[in-house]
Ligand binder design. Structure first.
Ligand code: PHE
Length: 448
């Protein structure tokens, strides 16, 4: 150990916690509805391109900065460069983490409601009666949605109180593989549905006439959101890595597993969307309307529903823990707060904003900014703007400002790194990632 900070115990722990952060509602809830809204196949292809062309190099950049300095995002920028301006990227990451935590907790709350409904049998009854659509709308607009948001954030806080190693690592180690196996079983089930072929065609056959700037921005935002990238989560986590963790390999493994889970979710959802006559572009409620129908027609459906919503709830928790960690590390290390107090502050802010997000499906649904409800606004601002912008700045910083020797020594770890690999990563960080992100932004402004 180089200093007093905690470190993840095992190599598996490193992958499980990083993947635990990446895999969550982003893959299972957000990916299907974004892909559905943007026409399916072409979105998937562009999304995968962004993951590997931009995502993997930027993950490496976050890892280099995190482990190289063993600080939170703000401290990492300050440690590597004296200018105060770069540290603003840190502030943006902290703000993004709070916005995401707020709306994410609402959706995590929905998973808890569905878990409760699966346990009491109401979910199955609603599926049988064909009332899923109204049931969701009524629930999301009502006070129970706020209640679950607050309960979810309270659970999140309890786990965070226990510190880095105790809570996060142990939970992710066991649960992520279980989730994975369940998803594969659901995929097999979906492939036997009457309209499976149509669903797969929608997901895998690219229709490039659907490509436009809003799709490009959507795919880029989804890539960053799903990888937990651009706001310092992976930087904060990698500050707990040991010196021997291989950074490039961990980056590629994280990106591949995360993408795989999103694709599995697509294979589960789209055959069902077409079989049950749902609308692929239904937006945030898509998955919550489609999944119960899937469970309803499966043998032993209620048990699957319980298992699935429980695991989705846990997957959300490993993600919210990671985004809260950014803020908490910042409050503790830069503002000198105790961990307890920092967690409390983070939770109170997220509870207040989360309530607003939850209400934006009900009482505040008429309150919009640029046509977006508070929930959608928080999502759009953080995922589609702040994360890619943060990623671009991190990429430029790591590529141009951080000393090449630090890049080399961090990427090599306790082993070696080949010169061509080092050159490729540096090239991506200097030119490819920033230029690609800039082009997507410009396309959104209708400049190109
Ligand atoms: N990547 C997480 C998911 O897919 C969400 C997340 C975003 C987590 C940003 C941390 C930071 O669910």
């Amino acid at each position: 150990m180089t200093d007093q900070r905690a470190q993840f115990g095992t190599r598996l722990g490193v992958i499980a916690t990083t993947v635990g952060s990446a895999v969550g509602l982003g893959n299972i809830w957000r990916f299907p509805y974004e892909a559905g809204a943007h026409g399916g196949g072409a979105f998937l292809l562009i999304y995968i391109g962004f993951i590997f062309l931009i995502g993997v190099p930027v993950i490496c950049a976050e890892f280099i900065m995190g482990r190289g300095t063993r600080r939170n995002i703000f401290g990492a920028f300050r440690a590597l460069h004296s200018s105060r301006y770069w540290a603003w990227t840190g502030y943006m990451g902290i703000l993004a983490s709070i916005l995401i935590l707020s709306f994410y907790s609402v959706v995590a709350g929905w998973t808890m409601e569905y878990l409760a409904e699966a346990l009491t049998g109401t979910l199955d009854a609603a599926s049988a009666g064909g009332e899923l659509h109204d049931a969701f709308d009524n629930f999301a607009a009502g006070p129970r949605s706020v209640m679950w948001t607050l309960i979810f954030l309270a659970i999140n806080a309890v786990i965070l109180f226990r510190g880095v190693r105790g809570g996060i690592e142990r939970a992710s180690n066991v649960l992520m593989p279980v989730l994975f196996i369940i998803l594969i079983i659901f995929c097999i089930n979906s492939l036997t549905m009457p309209e499976a072929a149509e669903g797969l065609r929608f997901l895998f056959r690219p229709d490039f006439t659907k490509v436009d700037s809003s799709m490009l921005i959507g795919a880029l935002g989804q890539a960053f959101f799903s990888l937990s990238l651009g706001l310092g989560t992976l930087m904060t986590y990698s500050s707990y890595f040991s010196d021997s963790t291989p950074l490039v390999k961990s980056a590629v493994t994280t990106a591949s597993l995360d993408t795989l889970v999103a694709i599995l979710a697509g294979i589960i959802i789209f055959p069902a969307v077409f079989t049950y006559g749902c609308e692929p572009a239904a937006g945030p409620k898509l998955v919550f309307e489609v999944l119960p129908s899937i469970f309803h027609q499966m043998p032993g459906g209620p048990i699957w529903a319980i298992l699935f919503f429980f695991l989705l709830f846990l997957a959300s928790l490993t993600s919210t823990i990671s985004m809260s960690e950014i803020c908490i590390a910042f409050f503790c290390e830069q503002l000198g707060m105790s961990r307890r107090r920092a967690t409390l502050l983070n939770t109170v802010i997220a509870m207040s904003l989360g309530t607003l997000c939850a209400l934006s499906f009900g009482a505040f649904s008429g309150f919009t900014v640029c046509g977006l409800t508070i929930f959608n606004l928080f999502d759009y601002l953080s995922s589609n703007i702040m994360l890619p912008l943060g990623g671009m700045l991190i990429s430029i910083f790591a590529g141009w400002i951080v000393d090449r020797r630090i890049l080399r020594s961090q990427l090599a770890g306790t082993g070696r790194i080949s010169t061509p690999l080092l050159r490729t990563i540096t090239f991506c960080l200097r030119y490819v990632a920033p230029a690609a992100i800039l082009l997507v932004f410009l396309s959104g402004l209708d400049i190109i």
